[in-house]
Ligand binder design. Structure first.
Ligand code: KMH
Ligand code: ZN
Length: 308
Protein backbone atom coordinates (compact mmCIF):
# COMPACT_ATOMS: atom_id res chain seq x y z
CA UNK A 1 0.00 0.00 0.00
CA UNK A 2 1.70 3.24 -1.08
CA UNK A 3 1.15 6.36 0.97
CA UNK A 4 -2.15 8.19 0.52
CA UNK A 5 -2.16 11.52 -1.33
CA UNK A 6 -4.67 13.94 0.17
CA UNK A 7 -5.90 16.59 -2.27
CA UNK A 8 -7.86 19.58 -1.03
CA UNK A 9 -10.11 21.63 -3.31
CA UNK A 10 -10.49 24.83 -1.37
CA UNK A 11 -13.23 26.87 -3.05
CA UNK A 12 -14.38 25.58 -6.47
CA UNK A 13 -17.19 27.05 -8.57
CA UNK A 14 -20.16 25.07 -7.30
CA UNK A 15 -20.90 26.47 -3.85
CA UNK A 16 -21.88 30.14 -3.58
CA UNK A 17 -21.08 32.61 -0.77
CA UNK A 18 -24.54 32.44 0.84
CA UNK A 19 -24.20 28.69 1.40
CA UNK A 20 -21.39 28.92 3.92
CA UNK A 21 -19.58 31.72 5.78
CA UNK A 22 -16.48 29.49 5.69
CA UNK A 23 -16.15 29.28 1.90
CA UNK A 24 -12.93 31.11 0.91
CA UNK A 25 -13.71 33.93 -1.54
CA UNK A 26 -11.02 36.66 -1.62
CA UNK A 27 -7.44 35.94 -2.71
CA UNK A 28 -6.33 36.37 0.90
CA UNK A 29 -8.95 33.88 2.13
CA UNK A 30 -8.07 31.39 -0.61
CA UNK A 31 -4.36 31.67 0.16
CA UNK A 32 -4.82 31.33 3.92
CA UNK A 33 -7.22 28.39 3.59
CA UNK A 34 -4.84 26.63 1.18
CA UNK A 35 -1.85 27.10 3.49
CA UNK A 36 -3.83 25.79 6.47
CA UNK A 37 -4.98 22.78 4.41
CA UNK A 38 -1.39 22.03 3.39
CA UNK A 39 -0.21 22.35 6.98
CA UNK A 40 -2.99 19.93 7.98
CA UNK A 41 -1.67 17.31 5.55
CA UNK A 42 -2.94 18.04 2.03
CA UNK A 43 -0.19 17.30 -0.52
CA UNK A 44 -2.12 18.80 -3.45
CA UNK A 45 -4.17 22.01 -3.40
CA UNK A 46 -6.79 22.31 -6.17
CA UNK A 47 -7.65 25.92 -6.96
CA UNK A 48 -10.33 28.04 -8.57
CA UNK A 49 -10.60 31.83 -8.30
CA UNK A 50 -13.49 34.07 -7.35
CA UNK A 51 -14.40 37.72 -7.83
CA UNK A 52 -13.36 39.21 -4.46
CA UNK A 53 -16.43 41.50 -4.44
CA UNK A 54 -19.34 39.19 -5.18
CA UNK A 55 -17.72 35.74 -4.86
CA UNK A 56 -18.67 34.66 -8.38
CA UNK A 57 -16.25 32.27 -10.14
CA UNK A 58 -13.71 34.14 -12.28
CA UNK A 59 -11.21 32.88 -14.89
CA UNK A 60 -9.11 36.07 -14.56
CA UNK A 61 -5.39 35.18 -14.36
CA UNK A 62 -4.79 38.41 -12.43
CA UNK A 63 -6.98 37.15 -9.60
CA UNK A 64 -5.22 33.76 -9.54
CA UNK A 65 -1.90 35.61 -9.38
CA UNK A 66 -3.02 37.35 -6.21
CA UNK A 67 -2.86 34.05 -4.30
CA UNK A 68 -0.68 31.58 -6.23
CA UNK A 69 2.72 33.08 -5.22
CA UNK A 70 1.66 33.29 -1.56
CA UNK A 71 0.67 29.64 -1.46
CA UNK A 72 3.86 28.60 -3.26
CA UNK A 73 6.07 30.60 -0.90
CA UNK A 74 4.32 29.35 2.23
CA UNK A 75 3.97 25.62 1.50
CA UNK A 76 5.57 22.80 -0.46
CA UNK A 77 2.13 21.63 -1.62
CA UNK A 78 1.54 20.77 -5.26
CA UNK A 79 -0.62 23.45 -6.87
CA UNK A 80 -3.34 22.12 -9.17
CA UNK A 81 -5.31 24.72 -11.12
CA UNK A 82 -8.73 24.04 -12.61
CA UNK A 83 -9.31 23.93 -16.36
CA UNK A 84 -12.97 23.35 -15.61
CA UNK A 85 -13.47 26.88 -14.35
CA UNK A 86 -17.00 27.93 -13.59
CA UNK A 87 -20.29 27.15 -15.27
CA UNK A 88 -20.82 29.18 -18.49
CA UNK A 89 -17.11 29.93 -19.03
CA UNK A 90 -15.76 29.22 -22.54
CA UNK A 91 -12.91 26.73 -22.84
CA UNK A 92 -10.60 29.60 -23.80
CA UNK A 93 -11.57 31.47 -20.63
CA UNK A 94 -11.04 28.32 -18.58
CA UNK A 95 -7.48 27.98 -19.93
CA UNK A 96 -6.39 31.58 -19.41
CA UNK A 97 -5.03 31.24 -15.88
CA UNK A 98 -3.45 27.77 -16.31
CA UNK A 99 -1.56 29.03 -19.41
CA UNK A 100 -0.15 31.95 -17.43
CA UNK A 101 0.60 29.95 -14.28
CA UNK A 102 1.95 26.79 -15.99
CA UNK A 103 1.33 24.79 -12.80
CA UNK A 104 2.59 21.30 -11.99
CA UNK A 105 -0.98 20.03 -12.25
CA UNK A 106 -4.32 20.97 -13.74
CA UNK A 107 -7.69 19.27 -13.64
CA UNK A 108 -8.84 17.84 -16.97
CA UNK A 109 -12.50 16.90 -17.33
CA UNK A 110 -12.82 13.75 -19.34
CA UNK A 111 -16.12 14.30 -21.09
CA UNK A 112 -18.96 16.68 -21.84
CA UNK A 113 -21.88 16.23 -19.52
CA UNK A 114 -24.93 17.74 -17.92
CA UNK A 115 -23.71 19.37 -14.69
CA UNK A 116 -26.74 20.13 -12.59
CA UNK A 117 -26.30 21.79 -9.20
CA UNK A 118 -29.76 23.41 -9.10
CA UNK A 119 -30.54 21.25 -6.10
CA UNK A 120 -28.22 23.44 -4.03
CA UNK A 121 -30.88 26.19 -4.10
CA UNK A 122 -32.90 24.08 -1.67
CA UNK A 123 -35.23 26.05 0.54
CA UNK A 124 -32.96 29.09 0.74
CA UNK A 125 -34.79 32.39 0.20
CA UNK A 126 -32.10 34.86 1.28
CA UNK A 127 -29.09 35.39 -1.02
CA UNK A 128 -26.16 37.77 -0.49
CA UNK A 129 -25.69 38.34 -4.23
CA UNK A 130 -28.15 38.52 -7.12
CA UNK A 131 -26.10 36.13 -9.29
CA UNK A 132 -26.24 33.14 -6.96
CA UNK A 133 -29.75 31.74 -7.42
CA UNK A 134 -29.89 32.13 -11.24
CA UNK A 135 -26.37 30.64 -11.48
CA UNK A 136 -27.50 27.52 -9.69
CA UNK A 137 -30.96 27.27 -11.31
CA UNK A 138 -29.43 27.82 -14.76
CA UNK A 139 -27.52 24.55 -14.47
CA UNK A 140 -30.65 22.57 -15.35
CA UNK A 141 -29.99 23.86 -18.88
CA UNK A 142 -26.18 23.71 -18.84
CA UNK A 143 -23.84 21.41 -20.76
CA UNK A 144 -20.30 21.21 -19.32
CA UNK A 145 -18.30 21.15 -22.58
CA UNK A 146 -15.26 18.86 -22.80
CA UNK A 147 -15.05 17.51 -26.35
CA UNK A 148 -12.22 15.25 -27.46
CA UNK A 149 -10.84 18.23 -29.41
CA UNK A 150 -10.95 20.34 -26.23
CA UNK A 151 -9.15 17.60 -24.32
CA UNK A 152 -6.53 17.19 -27.07
CA UNK A 153 -5.92 20.95 -27.15
CA UNK A 154 -5.57 21.15 -23.36
CA UNK A 155 -3.12 18.26 -23.22
CA UNK A 156 -1.06 19.92 -25.97
CA UNK A 157 -1.18 23.51 -24.69
CA UNK A 158 -0.50 22.63 -21.06
CA UNK A 159 0.93 19.11 -21.05
CA UNK A 160 3.24 19.10 -24.07
CA UNK A 161 4.20 22.76 -23.93
CA UNK A 162 4.55 23.31 -20.19
CA UNK A 163 4.98 19.88 -18.62
CA UNK A 164 1.76 20.25 -16.67
CA UNK A 165 0.30 16.92 -15.61
CA UNK A 166 -3.36 16.23 -15.02
CA UNK A 167 -5.93 15.23 -12.44
CA UNK A 168 -8.26 13.39 -14.84
CA UNK A 169 -11.78 14.14 -13.61
CA UNK A 170 -13.91 11.07 -14.35
CA UNK A 171 -17.57 11.59 -13.47
CA UNK A 172 -18.69 8.33 -15.04
CA UNK A 173 -17.43 4.98 -16.28
CA UNK A 174 -17.40 6.21 -19.87
CA UNK A 175 -14.90 8.92 -18.91
CA UNK A 176 -12.42 6.18 -18.04
CA UNK A 177 -12.78 4.87 -21.60
CA UNK A 178 -12.31 8.43 -22.88
CA UNK A 179 -9.03 8.60 -20.95
CA UNK A 180 -7.98 5.26 -22.47
CA UNK A 181 -8.71 6.72 -25.93
CA UNK A 182 -6.56 9.77 -25.15
CA UNK A 183 -3.76 7.46 -23.99
CA UNK A 184 -4.01 5.43 -27.21
CA UNK A 185 -3.73 8.70 -29.15
CA UNK A 186 -0.57 9.53 -27.22
CA UNK A 187 -2.01 12.77 -25.86
CA UNK A 188 -1.34 11.77 -22.26
CA UNK A 189 1.43 9.77 -20.58
CA UNK A 190 1.24 7.54 -17.49
CA UNK A 191 1.04 7.51 -14.54
CA UNK A 192 -2.54 8.75 -14.95
CA UNK A 193 -3.92 10.48 -11.85
CA UNK A 194 -7.53 9.34 -12.16
CA UNK A 195 -9.98 11.23 -9.96
CA UNK A 196 -13.22 9.22 -9.82
CA UNK A 197 -16.07 11.56 -8.95
CA UNK A 198 -19.38 10.46 -7.41
CA UNK A 199 -22.60 12.29 -6.67
CA UNK A 200 -22.65 15.13 -9.19
CA UNK A 201 -26.10 15.21 -10.87
CA UNK A 202 -25.20 14.45 -14.45
CA UNK A 203 -22.46 12.01 -13.44
CA UNK A 204 -22.47 8.59 -11.80
CA UNK A 205 -24.30 8.24 -8.51
CA UNK A 206 -22.77 7.81 -5.05
CA UNK A 207 -23.33 4.07 -4.75
CA UNK A 208 -20.56 1.88 -3.36
CA UNK A 209 -21.10 -0.56 -6.24
CA UNK A 210 -20.19 2.26 -8.63
CA UNK A 211 -17.02 2.90 -6.62
CA UNK A 212 -16.03 -0.75 -6.94
CA UNK A 213 -16.91 -0.81 -10.66
CA UNK A 214 -14.86 2.35 -11.29
CA UNK A 215 -11.88 0.80 -9.52
CA UNK A 216 -12.26 -2.49 -11.41
CA UNK A 217 -12.70 -0.72 -14.77
CA UNK A 218 -9.63 1.47 -14.19
CA UNK A 219 -7.63 -1.63 -13.24
CA UNK A 220 -8.73 -3.30 -16.46
CA UNK A 221 -8.02 -0.25 -18.66
CA UNK A 222 -4.83 1.06 -17.09
CA UNK A 223 -3.26 -1.71 -15.02
CA UNK A 224 -0.22 -0.30 -13.22
CA UNK A 225 -0.35 2.92 -15.30
CA UNK A 226 -2.74 4.81 -13.06
CA UNK A 227 -2.96 6.30 -9.57
CA UNK A 228 -6.54 6.29 -8.31
CA UNK A 229 -8.18 9.02 -6.27
CA UNK A 230 -11.79 9.52 -5.23
CA UNK A 231 -13.98 12.48 -4.44
CA UNK A 232 -17.67 12.45 -3.61
CA UNK A 233 -20.01 15.42 -3.42
CA UNK A 234 -21.70 16.59 -0.28
CA UNK A 235 -22.63 14.10 2.43
CA UNK A 236 -20.89 11.25 0.64
CA UNK A 237 -17.45 12.89 0.82
CA UNK A 238 -15.94 11.24 3.87
CA UNK A 239 -17.46 7.78 3.43
CA UNK A 240 -16.25 7.53 -0.17
CA UNK A 241 -12.80 8.85 0.71
CA UNK A 242 -12.60 6.28 3.54
CA UNK A 243 -13.53 3.46 1.16
CA UNK A 244 -11.02 4.75 -1.38
CA UNK A 245 -8.28 4.59 1.25
CA UNK A 246 -9.23 1.03 2.16
CA UNK A 247 -9.10 0.11 -1.55
CA UNK A 248 -5.56 1.46 -1.91
CA UNK A 249 -6.68 4.74 -3.47
CA UNK A 250 -6.05 8.42 -2.72
CA UNK A 251 -8.54 11.02 -1.57
CA UNK A 252 -9.83 14.49 -2.31
CA UNK A 253 -11.63 16.66 0.21
CA UNK A 254 -12.32 20.39 0.35
CA UNK A 255 -15.14 22.91 0.42
CA UNK A 256 -15.39 22.79 -3.36
CA UNK A 257 -16.94 19.35 -3.04
CA UNK A 258 -18.69 19.50 0.35
CA UNK A 259 -19.47 22.26 2.85
CA UNK A 260 -19.85 19.78 5.70
CA UNK A 261 -17.60 18.03 8.18
CA UNK A 262 -20.24 15.52 9.19
CA UNK A 263 -24.01 15.10 9.45
CA UNK A 264 -25.52 18.52 10.23
CA UNK A 265 -22.11 20.09 10.96
CA UNK A 266 -20.65 22.65 8.60
CA UNK A 267 -16.91 22.50 8.03
CA UNK A 268 -15.37 25.69 9.43
CA UNK A 269 -12.32 25.29 7.22
CA UNK A 270 -10.75 23.18 4.52
CA UNK A 271 -8.14 22.17 7.08
CA UNK A 272 -10.88 20.64 9.26
CA UNK A 273 -11.82 18.28 6.42
CA UNK A 274 -8.15 17.44 5.77
CA UNK A 275 -7.60 16.70 9.46
CA UNK A 276 -10.69 14.49 9.58
CA UNK A 277 -9.77 12.29 6.61
CA UNK A 278 -6.15 12.17 7.74
CA UNK A 279 -7.25 10.92 11.15
CA UNK A 280 -9.52 8.27 9.61
CA UNK A 281 -6.79 7.06 7.24
CA UNK A 282 -4.13 6.94 9.95
CA UNK A 283 -6.52 5.04 12.21
CA UNK A 284 -6.63 2.50 9.37
CA UNK A 285 -2.81 2.28 9.62
CA UNK A 286 -2.42 4.17 6.33
CA UNK A 287 0.37 6.70 5.92
CA UNK A 288 -0.13 10.13 4.36
CA UNK A 289 2.07 11.21 1.43
CA UNK A 290 4.08 14.40 1.67
CA UNK A 291 4.12 16.80 -1.30
CA UNK A 292 7.56 15.44 -2.18
CA UNK A 293 6.23 11.88 -2.20
CA UNK A 294 3.20 12.95 -4.24
CA UNK A 295 5.55 14.49 -6.84
CA UNK A 296 7.45 11.18 -7.07
CA UNK A 297 4.27 9.10 -7.33
CA UNK A 298 2.78 11.38 -10.03
CA UNK A 299 6.05 12.25 -11.88
CA UNK A 300 5.54 15.98 -11.46
CA UNK A 301 7.94 18.62 -12.78
CA UNK A 302 8.76 20.32 -9.48
CA UNK A 303 7.32 23.22 -7.54
CA UNK A 304 9.67 25.82 -9.00
CA UNK A 305 9.06 24.87 -12.64
CA UNK A 306 5.95 27.07 -12.78
CA UNK A 307 4.97 30.51 -14.00
CA UNK A 308 4.39 32.14 -10.62
N1 KMH B 1 -15.89 20.36 -9.15
C1 KMH B 1 -15.41 18.98 -9.04
C2 KMH B 1 -16.56 18.01 -8.95
C3 KMH B 1 -12.45 21.10 -12.26
O1 KMH B 1 -12.20 22.00 -11.42
O2 KMH B 1 -11.95 21.10 -13.40
C4 KMH B 1 -14.52 18.60 -10.18
C5 KMH B 1 -13.51 19.66 -10.51
C6 KMH B 1 -13.45 20.03 -11.94
O3 KMH B 1 -12.82 20.16 -9.65
ZN1 ZN C 1 -12.44 22.17 -9.41
Amino acid sequence: MSKVIISCAVTGAIHTPSMSPYLPITPEEIARSSIEAAEAGAAIIHLHARDPIDGSPTPDPKVFMQFLPTIKQSTDAVINITTGGGLNMTVAERLAAPLVAKPEMCSLNMGSMNFNIAGAVGKRTEWQHAWEKPYLEGTTDFIFRNTFKDIENITRMLGEEHGTRFEFECYDIGHLYNLAYCAEKGWVKPPFFVQSIFGITGGIGPDVRNLMFARETADRLFGKDYVWSVLAAGRHQMSFCTMAGILGGNVRVGLEDSLYLGKGTMAQSNADQVRKIKRILEDLSLEIATPKEAREILSLKGGDMVGF
